[in-house]
Design a protein around this ligand. Structure first.
Ligand code: ATP
Length: 319
């Protein structure tokens, strides 16, 4: 193997740059030529390739976003788009590819693997919804960002004796809501994994009111329902002062935490090692305390488990 390439794909996540940096430097350390593809799968179709050198990734480890840019590529979902991408990689004599992204990006990576191009995945998505890796790059930073927002909103909630309903990212999963809710001491955490019970939320608030507590934080993962709607319902039932805040895309940005930078460095370096060892169609994950390669097939056939122990604990601690 002489020529390998790297790209970032899907939603951006803090720590992607640390992963790109590790791929570039580890490849150069092993005497490989390393190329960056801009804008993920769309960049393969549009022939956006740049040679990467040691200096290409200088001063990037602490930056959020991705220097290689990212995109969603509907064209790559078509047979024609895939054929263009594969032809480009063959034309450029790229023998190995590191795809940094989420579940969708790995489905695209498998297409390239099936076409005979050695391809490995590095999990990076703030949703943390990939099986066989306890952490995805970007999740820890997003949890810290949300926790920081809860701290700030709690100050004003306490001063004005108000209830804040905060909507966080997580279309299909409540991992951010759960971990940030536990860290921020949220009174209620509403996630798509658990049935939503408004009566239970109101009972908790009532319990607080009875002991003189008029401020509370309710955290809602976007996939579990609209914070605006939930806020309106609570207001209607309880006649309390409610404010709603939707954190939105600010959860995607920011300087990555030390945890995310270290995770990105380890997983990306492992991805390069896997290519050198001739492994393809696999992801480098951090699973049960070990850096481990798992096939895309196993990842697609399993879900990241929801942490029900933490969910119960958060509920107990918020009584
Ligand atoms: P995030 O979790 O942050 O959303 P992701 O990697 O899951 O990241 P997607 O938008 O699902 O993001 O996928 C990124 C790109 O991967 C898509 O735009 C598409 O080009 C490609 N892709 C997704 N699913 C498939 C598939 N089934 N077959 C081929 N390519 C796919």
């Amino acid at each position: 193997m002489k020529n390998i390439a790297v790209f970032t794909s899907g939603g951006d996540a803090p720590g992607m740059n640390a992963a790109v940096r590790a791929v570039v430097r580890k490849s150069i350390f092993h005497g490989l030529n390393i190329y960056g593809i801009k804008r993920g799968f769309q960049g393969l179709i549009n022939h956006e390739i740049v040679p990467m050198e040691l200096g290409s990734v200088a001063d990037t480890i602490h930056r959020g976003g991705t220097i290689l840019l990212t995109a969603r590529s509907p064209e790559f979902l078509t047979a024609e788009g895939q054929a263009k991408a594969i032809a480009f990689l063959q034309d450029q004599q790229i023998e190995g590819l590191v795809v940094i992204g989420g579940d969708g990006s790995f489905r695209g990576a498998r297409v390239l693997h099936d076409a005979g191009i050695m391809t490995v995945g590095v999990p990076a998505t703030i949703d943390n919804d990939i099986a066989f890796t306890d952490h995805c790059i970007g999740f820890d930073t997003a949890v810290n960002t949300v926790t920081d927002a809860i701290n700030k909103l709690r100050d004003t909630a306490t001063s004005h004796e108000r209830i804040y309903v905060i909507e966080v990212m997580g279309r299909d999963s409540g991992h951010i809501a759960l971990q940030a809710g536990l860290a921020g001491g949220a009174e209620s955490i509403i996630v798509p994994e658990a049935p939503f019970d408004l009566t239970e939320v109101c009972n908790r608030l009532q319990h607080g009111v009875e002991r003189g507590k008029l401020h509370s934080v309710i955290l809602v993962a976007e996939g579990a329902g609209s914070a605006i709607h939930i806020g309106d319902e609570i207001k209607r039932i309880m006649q309390l002062d409610i404010r709603v805040t939707i954190l939105g895309h600010l959860q995607r940005g920011g300087t990555p935490t030390a945890f995310d930078r270290i995770l990105a460095s380890r997983l990306a370096a492992k991805g390069v090692d896997m290519l050198i060892e001739g492994k393809s169609g696999m992801m480098a994950g951090y699973y049960k305390g070990e850096i481990k390669a798992t096939s895309f097939e196993d990842i697609f056939n399993n879900n990241q488990e929801f942490n029900w122990e933490d969910y119960k604990l958060a509920s107990i601690l918020a009584i």
